[in-house]
Design a protein around this ligand. Structure first.
Ligand SMILES: [Zn+2]
Length: 546
């Protein structure tokens, strides 16, 4: 009996260039035929399994070009403080208190995703408040952006941080009246994080697998870990390799080594790891360095200051120019793709100059596809220089949905409306790879698509309607552009003959419905190379039995 699979009875989105087809045939993990129903039927041998889309749509599976898979997986077992569910200080403390009750004495309690702007108190919780529900267990909760967090007194004690501890370069320990509030910003977070016991390899592999199943249920066949080594150093590389060997790595992975001086890029290089973007399951392709912080947290670096009413200042560079430029030149010469975090225009400038200088010698920038991660607030001149050098913006449209109103408060309407200029990028010939930065934002691709279609925040504010995309463009940014940013657009990202059969069947035809309905659309079936990694209704199982 044939193992071919024929999709029919709905639309197939081949890609931005190819448009729509009526049917598609999968053979040996690849797209064997796509076109009209007759053309595809003619290519199908007797005994081909047939899946009726029943009016739904098949698209190239989503590619999560910038997320943190292992932290996302570990976070699935941490205390959830995200704003969808937690709006008051009392609720933060209640959830932490619950976790303390179930934990051994002295065990760390980790919480993830609070947003002080969404809390009733309108500020970060304090160490003293956390102490009320956890006098003995160390507690550390991380803001939704990942750039700052609050430790309780036991956690600061475990980290050896006292009121005399100096602020590290590129970070700050908040103090009020000389006393520690518990808030750690940017690189100061390391002081606390380094005191948290590392997860075991078993724990990490389980987290990678749990995150992978979660993503498969949302239509992703490719994901990424944008800062490998951030949690557990080189052990993370071992955990990913073991997950692959044990068939517990669900997506194709684009792996980016933590390249800050405290990261693992240097030690991994010394152990013999070399850039390779040809591996379609576990590609070690790039190195990441942080240029600045977040616009929501007032730590992204801008030329013009934040609004005085929001606190003013021009943000924070992680490194002086010389350090950043030295790191970029080093990793560029080693052959890595540079995936550099820069959100504000001043940080983008620092990174762009660094990339331009790195490419001046005998290793030009052409063909290297360096990326600026986030790349939220940039000017026309910077866009033109990126285009000229083939430097790719890797934006998170969903930032506008979750943080857009905070951007307006911090930066005013004009800069917020011009943020993450998706349509302008496409019109100018850029290939912006849409992504979520999860666990910073929800990994739900339909919220990200909705934001690209509407430019609406979660409070309904429209930011820069002229930058809205069509559904075809939005899916293109979430599929082909991701593959392109990983040197893989000749193998995945479209559903043309010969491409890997990475396919998502969605519960509705998102190209034909209201954007509001996109929000409640789901993935019904996800294939990676023709293999089902998620099957909501058991459709392929019942075909196999028939
Ligand atoms: Zn990130």
């Amino acid at each position: 009996m044939s193992t071919d699979l024929l999709l029919h009875g709905g639309r197939v989105f081949r890609g931005l260039a190819g448009g729509f087809a009526e049917a598609l045939l999968v053979r040996d993990g690849r797209v064997a035929a796509v076109g009209t129903a007759e053309e595809v039927e003619a290519a199908a041998p007797p005994g081909t399994r047939r899946l009726d889309l029943e009016g739904r749509v098949a698209i190239p599976a989503f590619n999560e070009a910038h997320m943190h898979l292992l932290p996302y997986g570990l976070g699935l077992s941490q205390v959830n403080l995200r704003a969808e569910q937690v709006r008051t200080l009392d609720e933060v403390l209640r959830r932490i208190g619950e976790a303390v009750k179930g934990a051994p004495k002295g065990a760390w309690i980790l919480g993830r995703g609070y947003d002080h702007g969404a809390l009733d108190i309108g500020r970060h919780p304090t160490a003293t408040e956390l102490d009320r529900v956890s006098p003995d267990n160390p507690v550390y909760i991380v803001r939704t952006c990942g750039h700052m967090g609050v430790a309780n007194t036991a956690a600061m004690k475990a980290a050896g941080v006292g009121h005399n501890t100096p602020d590290p370069e590129g970070g700050a320990i908040e103090r009020k009246g000389g006393a520690l509030t518990g808030l750690f910003l940017e690189r100061a977070k390391r002081l606390v994080i380094d005191a948290i016991p590392l997860p075991s390899e078993d724990h990490m592999v389980a987290a990678i697998e749990a995150a992978g199943h979660d993503l498969a249920s949302r239509g992703f066949a490719t994901a990424s870990d944008m800062n490998v080594g951030m949690t557990a150093g080189l052990h993370e590389i071992a955990a990913y390799r073991r997950a692959l060997a044990e068939d517990r790595l669900i997506q194709r992975m684009w792996q980016v080594l933590a390249g800050n001086p405290e990261g693992i890029a240097e030690s991994a290089w010394n152990e013999g790891l070399r850039p390779d973007h040809t591996d379609d399951r576990l590609a070690w392709g790039a190195v990441k360095v942080f240029g600045d912080g977040s616009a929501g947290g007032l730590t992204a670096a801008f030329f013009d200051p934040y609004l005085e009413s929001a606190g003013g200042g021009t943000g924070m560079f992680m490194f002086p120019d010389e350090t950043m430029h030295r790191l970029l030149a080093l990793y560029h010469r080693q052959g890595w793709q540079l995936d550099i975090h820069a959100i504000g225009d001043a940080a983008i400038e620092q990174v762009l100059v660094g990339m331009e200088r790195a490419g001046e010698g005998d290793a030009p920038l052409a063909g290297r596809r360096h990326r600026i991660e986030h790349c939220g607030f940039l000017n026309a001149g910077q866009r033109a220089r990126m285009k000229a050098h083939g430097i790719i913006p890797v934006p998170q449209p969903v930032f506008l949905y979750e943080f857009g109103d905070l951007y307006v408060r911090n930066l005013g309407p004009e800069r917020s409306e011009n943020a993450y200029p998706m349509r302008t990028w496409l019109e100018e010939g850029h290939h912006p790879a849409a992504s979520s930065d999860s666990p910073v934002c929800t990994v739900d691709p339909f919220i990200n698509l909705f934001t690209m279609l509407t430019r609406k925040t979660n409070r309904g504010t429209v930011l820069g309607a002229a930058e809205a995309l069509t559904a075809e463009q939005a899916v293109h940014c979430y599929t082909w552009c991701g593959a392109h940013s990983q040197f893989a657009e000749t193998r995945r990202g479209t559903l043309e003959p010969g491409m890997l059969a990475d396919i998502a069947v969605l519960s509705r035809d998102i190209f034909a419905i209201d954007p509001e309905e996109v929000l409640t659309t789901e993935a019904d079936l996800t294939l990676r190379g023709g293999v089902p990694i998620f099957d909501r209704h058991g459709a392929l199982r019942s075909l196999a039995m028939a």
